[in-house]
Design a protein around this ligand. Structure first.
Ligand SMILES: Nc1ncnc2c1ncn2[C@@H]1O[C@H](COP(=O)(O)OP(=O)(O)OP(=O)(O)O)[C@@H](O)[C@H]1O
Ligand SMILES: CC(C)(CO)[C@@H](O)C(=O)NCCC(=O)O
Length: 335
C-alpha cells in the first residue's frame, strides 16, 4: 500500500532505540498513516464543527493550532465516535439478550505517554471535540495523578525520587475506581493531585457521574500488573480502558518540552509563594534550568525508559509527534 509502511518492516527486532522510534518484528499489528494520509480520513465524513466553532475551540485549547485540530484531532474524534457507537450498540444487544435494563456504562479512553509529552493537552482537545457529537455529549476528563501516594507516604517508602514510577501509585485504589466506573456505579469519586502543591490534596475528590465518555490520562494506564505469587488473578488498569492512545516523541524533544514548561512556570505559577517550586522562581535562570534538567534526567526520563515506553505497543493508537508538538504519523492497531 503506497505510503503506508508496517512498523515491523524496517528492522527485524523488537528493540526500542534510544530515540524511542518504533522498531519491530517483520509482522506489525499496526497500520501506519503519514500525517497527510491521516488528515484525509477526516474528509470521508463531514464534521459537525463549523469554522467559527473551531475558532472557539482554539480559544479553549490555547497553544494548539487550528491546522493541528483539523488534520489530526478531528479524524481522531471521528474514529473514536465510531468506536463509541459500536460499543454502545454491543452493550445494548447484550443487555437485550440477558433481558436486563440498560445501565449506563461510560466508554473509557486512555491517554498514555511520558511526562510533558502532552497527555493532558491531548485529553482536553479530545474532550472538547467529542462533546460535540450528539450521541455522546457528556465527556469527563481526569488524570491518574490523584492516585499517586501523598508525599508523606512516598517519603516513608523512600520513593520521593520515583514519583510517577509504577510503585508510586496506589494501583489497587485506581483499579477499584475503574471497576466501579465500568460497573455503572452512579457516582464514583477519585482523589485529586495538585502540581502547584506537588502533592495529593487531602480531603479533596472529584466525582464522576456516569458520563458517556471518560477520558483518563496518565503515565501508568498501560502498565502491566504485578503477578501475584499465590495463583490469584489480577486485573490490569488497561482491562477497564476501551481505547488507549499513546503519545510518542523522541526523548530529546520531550526533554525540551519539559524544560520549556518548567521555565515558563517560573514566571507564572512558581511566582506564587504558596507554590511547591516557588524557590525556582527566584534563583538565576541557569540554575533553574539545571534543576529542571536534573528532575527530567533523574526521574522522568528514567521512568520513560524503564516503564512507560515499554508499554507503547499496548495502545490501540500511537501518535508520533515531532517538533512543536506537530503529529508526524499515526499508527492504528489492525488487531
Ligand atoms: N498539541 C500541542 N501543541 C502545542 N503545545 C502543546 C501541545 N501539547 C502539549 N503542549 C505543551 O507541552 C507541554 C506539556 O504538555 P502537557 O502538560 O499536556 O503534558 P502532560 O503529558 O500532560 O504532562 P504531565 O505528565 O507532566 O502532566 C505544555 O507546556 C503544553 O502547553
Ligand atoms: C506528577 C507527575 C509524576 C506526573 O504528572 C510528574 O509531573 C512529576 O512530578 N514527576 C516527578 C519529577 C518532576 O518534578 O518532574
Amino acid at each position: 500500500m503506497k505510503g503506508r509502511v508496517g512498523i515491523g518492516a524496517r528492522k527485524a527486532s523488537n528493540a526500542h532505540d534510544a530515540d524511542g522510534k518504533i522498531e519491530g518484528k517483520p509482522f506489525s499489528p499496526y497500520r501506519v498513516f503519514t500525517r497527510e494520509e491521516w488528515a484525509r480520513l477526516r474528509a470521508d465524513t463531514p464534521m459537525t464543527l463549523q469554522p467559527h466553532e473551531l475558532e472557539q475551540l482554539s480559544g479553549i485549547i490555547e497553544e494548539v493550532s487550528v491546522e493541528e485540530v483539523e488534520e489530526i484531532y478531528l479524524p481522531l474524534s471521528r474514529l473514536l465516535n465510531l468506536y463509541v457507537a459500536a460499543a454502545q450498540k454491543l452493550y445494548s444487544v447484550s443487555s437485550e439478550f440477558l433481558g436486563r435494563k440498560d445501565t449506563k456504562v461510560p466508554f473509557v479512553i486512555g491517554v498514555a505517554g511520558s511526562v510533558a509529552v502532552g497527555k493532558s493537552t491531548t485529553a482536553r482537545i479530545l474532550k472538547a471535540l467529542l462533546a460535540r457529537w450528539p450521541d455522546h455529549p457528556r465527556v469527563d476528563l481526569m488524570t491518574t495523578d490523584g492516585f499517586l501516594y501523598p508525599n508523606a507516604e512516598l517519603e516513608r517508602r523512600g520513593l520521593m525520587d520515583r514519583k510517577g514510577f509504577p510503585e508510586s501509585f496506589d494501583t489497587e485504589r485506581l483499579l477499584r475506581f475503574l471497576g466501579n466506573i465500568k460497573s455503572g456505579v452512579a457516582q464514583v469519586s477519585a482523589p485529586v493531585y495538585s502540581h502547584f502543591q506537588y502533592d495529593v490534596l487531602p480531603g479533596q475528590e472529584i466525582t464522576i457521574e456516569q458520563p458517556d465518555i471518560l477520558i483518563i490520562e496518565g503515565l501508568n494506564i498501560l502498565q502491566p500488573a504485578e503477578m501475584p505469587k499465590d495463583g490469584t488473578t489480577v486485573p490490569f488498569v488497561s482491562d477497564f480502558i476501551d481505547f488507549a492512545i499513546y503519545i510518542d516523541a523522541d526523548f530529546s524533544t520531550i526533554e525540551k518540552w519539559y524544560l520549556a514548561r518548567f521555565m515558563r512556570l517560573r514566571s507564572t505559577a512558581f511566582r506564587d509563594p504558596g507554590a511547591y517550586f516557588h524557590k525556582y522562581a527566584t534563583i538565576a535562570p541557569d540554575e533553574a534550568r539545571r534543576t529542571a534538567l536534573d528532575l527530567w534526567r533523574n526521574i522522568n526520563l528514567k521512568n520513560l525508559e524503564q516503564n512507560i515506553l515499554p508499554t507503547r505497543r499496548r495502545a490501540q493508537l500511537i501518535l508520533q509527534k515531532g517538533e512543536s508538538h506537530r503529529v508526524k504519523a499515526a499508527l492504528l492497531r489492525k488487531l
